[in-house]
Write a protein that binds this ligand. Structure first.
Ligand code: ZN
Length: 300
């Protein structure tokens, strides 16, 4: 049995085994956020864009005759749930040609290895996040080795502003660093009844308990965040999405739409509002860190 488990683990194929081998930090975080593994029926966002993740983490499916695209892969163990959702839409797993990633943290890249194995899709990420993805999250500038996942070597990397073409689909990568060095915001257009909207999956701009000053593993982090706030605020944006759906009130909006407000997901200020809120809490955190550093310097 043991060699089998080892082989399955190597392929990222055994959720219970992976769970047993997780560090306590990762198990505790999963216990704190049950929605990250909670089943959720697929929801159409707009046109060919679907939410196919667990309730608490965005995994997006964009369909097209020339091949389908998936963005993000949940936490370790989410792949069966995501795959069941994809199949329930009548989509063959093997018709998923690309898996894109917003950033190489265990809650968005956690089961990409298995999804890539099961679909045969190419994994495409920003050049700056590819090393963290290939290390399975180890050596993260903020989290160290606390949140590992099955490593993935990207098939291809993209640079800031690059547009990818798959049949009729076009997706543009906007590198919005800070949360990770290669954190990426993906944009594309989806049409429904000839109404075409700008969809934006905003790469996380949060800095939860981050060390922003004097972080030798990421010296440019403050400048990178500031760049990303401005970039996201300026994007053409009709529907703002985020790897954490609650960050853009996704479920509240879906509920409102279900109550007859057809345009509840449409909000041209959504990206700007998200960026401004993230910037405000970032600056408060930075001011606190600066005050602590100054107090320490005065006391020494
Ligand atoms: Zn993250």
């Amino acid at each position: 049995m043991r060699p089998l488990i080892t082989a399955m683990l190597a392929l990222g194929l055994c959720a219970p085994c992976a769970f047993a081998q997780m560090p306590a930090t990762e198990r505790a975080t999963l216990a704190k956020w049950p929605s990250w593994t909670a089943p959720q029926k697929p929801v159409r966002v707009h046109g060919n864009t679907w939410f196919v993740g667990p309730r608490g983490l965005s995994v997006l499916l964009i369909t097209a005759p020339g091949g389908n695209v998936l963005i993000d892969g949940g936490v370790p163990g989410d792949a069966p749930l995501i795959e069941a959702n994809i199949r329930s839409l009548g989509v063959d797993l093997h018709d998923i040609k690309w898996i894109l990633n917003t950033h190489a943290h265990f809650d968005h890249a956690g089961d990409i290895a298995r999804l890539a194995h099961d679909t045969g899709a190419q994994v495409i990420v920003s050049a700056a996040d590819a090393p963290l993805l290939a290390r399975g999250g180890l050596g993260d500038p903020q989290y160290g080795d606390d949140f590992p996942f099955a490593p993935v070597v990207a098939s291809r990397t993209v640079r800031d502003g690059e547009t990818l073409h798959l049949g009729d689909l076009q997706l543009t990568a906007h590198v919005t660093p800070g949360h990770t060095k290669g954190n990426t915001t993906w944009t594309w257009t989806s049409c429904e009844d000839q109404r075409c909207l700008h969809l934006v999956d905003i790469g996380s701009l949060s800095a939860p308990d981050y060390q922003l000053l004097g972080n030798a593993r990421y010296p440019d982090i403050v400048a990178d965040f500031e760049h990303s706030f401005a970039l996201v605020a300026a994007l053409p944006c009709d529907i703002a999405l985020n790897p954490h759906p609650e960050a853009v009130d996704f479920w509240a909006r879906v509920d409102r739409r279900g109550q007859g407000h057809a345009d509840a997901l449409v909000d041209t200020a959504g990206c700007r509002r998200y960026a401004q809120a993230a910037q405000k809490s970032f600056e408060a955190q930075l001011a606190k860190e600066r005050a602590t550093a100054a107090a320490k310097a005065a006391g020494s």
